[in-house]
Ligand binder design. Structure first.
Ligand SMILES: [Zn+2]
Length: 250
């Protein structure tokens, strides 16, 4: 695995998506801007973090919505690697294991880490939160909160850069959520998507259905069916009635 090359690829993709080289990114908003990409949130079980399907016609990423928000952000960055840089196949099912055997999966994971926390930006952030001190759990929490990365993903990144040693995993894994609260952070990063939103489709597929609807190309029953296939019963049945009033709440 060529880390320098993966960090460069992460920088290239940041640039392509209109991001600067160092700031934390709103990765789900970036995904919405990718032309032709359909993003599916789905409970994919205990072992799978995400999937990517791509060919000339289809660009689809699925994210396991039962994993923590921080992990979902990491998984999405991992799937970006498959979407943009992986020539091996058009189909990946990715394990949640952060230390996978496959070289390709290792690369996708390392890419994801660099995409969310670029090499230089992480170094600067470490200096800011810890100065010259040895890193503590609280420092790791501050770093993961800043870059929006899961606790484990940040831990392993710091191990890979020589800031922490792997045998500290247990010490660094307990009491993370309450420590984050004590430090004044929202605990959103550590929580899965709430059950009612765990199955949802966004992006290109929805745009295509809307195009069919606007052009009156299929019956309204068919439109409902297409939306239900995409787990969008919220649209079909108007489950968010309050939205009907039409005014955005700012
Ligand atoms: Zn993968």
């Amino acid at each position: 695995m060529d880390k320098l090359d993966l960090n460069t690829k992460a920088q290239e993709l940041r640039e392509l998506l209109g991001e600067d080289a160092n700031s934390p990114v709103d990765i789900f908003s970036l995904a919405n801007q990718i032309d032709g990409l359909t993003l599916v949130y789905y409970p994919l079980g205990e072992n799978i973090s995400g999937m990517c399907v791509r060919d000339k016609e289809v660009k689809l990423i699925a994210i396991n919505s039962t994993m923590s928000y921080g992990r979902q952000r990491f998984s999405l960055a991992h799937e970006f690697y498959h979407l943009y840089f992986d020539d091996e196949s058009g189909f990946n099912v990715c394990s949640k294991n952060l230390d996978p055997k496959s070289e390709n999966e290792k690369c996708a994971g390392q890419f994801a880490s660099y995409f969310l926390a670029p090499y230089k930006a992480l170094r600067a952030a470490i200096k800011k939160v810890a100065g010259d001190q040895r890193l503590s759990v609280n420092h790791v929490i501050e770093l993961e909160q800043y870059f929006g990365m899961s606790h484990l993903a940040m831990f392993w990144r710091l191990v890979s850069e020589g800031y922490l040693s792997a045998d500290k995993l247990e010490d660094f894994s307990s009491g993370v959520i309450s420590a984050a609260r004590y430090l004044g952070f929202d605990d959103k990063l550590y929580k899965p998507t709430s059950v009612e939103f765990q199955k949802r489709t966004y992006g290109h597929y929805l745009k295509q259905v809307e195009e069919l609807r606007q052009k009156d190309l299929v019956s309204s029953g068919k439109i409902d069916e297409l939306l239900l296939d995409a787990f969008r019963d919220d649209i079909v049945f108007g489950l968010n009635e309050i939205d009907w009033e039409g005014e955005a709440i700012d």
